[in-house]
Write a protein that binds this ligand. Structure first.
Ligand code: GAR
Length: 191
């Protein structure tokens, strides 16, 4: 089996989209792939309940319980590696990862970022795009390197920025596209 481990911090809607695609599109039969674990750094992440509804094992590893980023990442690696992953998918996982972590999963670690990279790395991407007067915004699926929000681009989705957009309305328009793009990008890697 090609085991997929998904890391989340929040509502986990991208994780849910991937889990649903795996079920609907029969990833187990077609690619020998399955989502084997969802891991969150926040106990209150809404996505944990969604994962449980799909009978996917979940784990919580609270970064606040660790003295350093390195110590947290080491524990996270141990938890992930229990599942022998072929692919580690960051889906709204809001932690910066250490070079050691990134190196360990080189070639099997991907992320989705809510901007058209290389524009707007980091946080508050939608407000920054609106403030800059961008006519278009979007999201990017990319391989993860130790430089934040860099790494080869696997796919992008583009949406218009409308005159009355707020960060919230733009985020919703982008997120709808993320839910289509991210499962497709994962499936492409599996195929
Ligand atoms: C998504 O928009 C994702 O692109 C973004 O957080 C949201 C998570 O939503 N990721 C980042 O900002 C990464 N720095 P979700 O938990 O519902 O998938």
């Amino acid at each position: 089996y090609k085991n997929i481990v998904i890391l989340i911090s929040g509502s986990g809607s991208n994780m849910a989209a991937i889990v649903r695609a795996a079920e609907r599109r029969h990833w187990a039969d077609r690619y020998g792939a399955r989502v084997v674990a969802v891991i969150s750094n926040k106990a209150e992440a809404g996505g944990l309940g969604v994962a449980r509804e799909h009978h996917i094992p979940t784990a919580v590893l609270d970064h606040k319980g660790f003295a350093s980023r390195e110590a947290f990442d080491a524990a996270l690696m141990t938890e992930i590696d229990r599942h022998d992953p072929a692919l580690v998918v960051l889906a709204g996982f809001m932690r910066i990862l250490t070079p050691g972590f990134v190196q360990h999963y080189e070639g099997r670690l991907i992320n989705i970022h809510p901007s058209l990279l290389p524009a707007f790395t980091g946080l508050n991407t939608h407000q920054r795009a609106i403030d800059m007067g961008c006519r278009f915004a979007g999201a990017t699926v990319h391989r993860v390197t130790s430089e934040l929000d860099h790494g080869d681009i696997l796919d992008q989705a583009v949406v218009p920025v409308l005159p009355d957009d707020t960060a919230k309305t733009l985020a919703e328009r982008v997120l709808t596209q993320e839910h289509i793009m991210y499962p497709r990008a994962v499936e492409k890697l599996l195929a």
